[in-house]
Ligand binder design. Structure first.
Ligand SMILES: CC(C)(COP(=O)(O)OP(=O)(O)OC[C@H]1O[C@@H](n2cnc3c(N)ncnc32)[C@H](O)[C@@H]1OP(=O)(O)O)[C@@H](O)C(=O)NCCC(=O)NCCS
Length: 171
């Protein structure tokens, strides 16, 4: 019998900064999620949340187990409706639906905020992140070859995108 664990998703507050930093740093340490290698402090994450970055957190049993956010894709006004998303789930909670719960709400919030597209860059080896993106209707635009170095090694990254809101029409 499978056990369903309830996940709630809500907007992040500065009080979530320590949990968000811990979860982000797990992703950095695992070397699967990002080109970043510098661990972040709770204060840095607090500044991002307090500074207005649209961020959601997922909770299970009162503990924060994941977060998702987007930042502007570009500072050019013509691209104001394009957001670059990120989703991180705590190691112990991965593969049990938290990422999908965050992604569903992220898409809804982005649409409500007037965005017309979400995109992200995913390392070609990050199967879980590629699966999550596919599951939520993102298409793979293409592969940036040797996009940046991770620990000194060139790595490829997949650009994924999904139209939302009024742009999400057939054709
Ligand atoms: C990528 C990540 C956010 C996905 O969240 P998650 O909670 O593990 O994913 P879910 O359990 O909600 O699964 C979402 C989908 O991906 C699939 N999936 C999850 N983990 C997978 C894996 N390791 N390999 C293949 N598919 C996987 C699931 O089967 C599900 O698809 P389905 O609904 O069609 O069955 C999470 O694994 C994570 O935090 N990884 C480390 C940080 C990271 O890589 N972030 C992304 C940076 S671009």
């Amino acid at each position: 019998m499978s056990v369903q664990i309830e996940t709630t998703v809500r907007r992040a507050t500065p009080a979530d900064a320590a949990a968000v930093a811990r979860i982000y740093n797990e992703g950095i340490e695992d070397r699967i999620a990002t080109f970043e290698t510098r661990l972040r402090t709770p204060q840095e994450m607090e500044e991002r949340i307090a500074g207005g970055e649209p961020m959601l957190v997922a909770e299970r049993g009162g503990a924060v187990v994941g977060f998702a956010s987007w930042v502007p894709y570009s500072d050019r006004e013509v691209y104001a409706g394009v957001g670059n998303y990120t989703v991180y789930v705590a190691r112990g909670a991965r593969g049990s639906g938290v990422g999908s719960a965050l992604m569903r709400r992220l898409i809804a919030e982005a649409e409500a905020a007037g965005l017309w597209k979400l995109l992200s860059l995913i390392l070609t080896t990050n199967e879980a992140s590629l699966a999550l993106a596919r599951r939520h209707g993102f298409r793979e635009v293409g592969v940036h070859r040797r996009h940046a170095r991770l620990d000194g090694e060139w790595r490829d990254a997949v650009l994924v995108e999904r139209s939302i809101g009024e742009a999400d029409l057939p054709g």
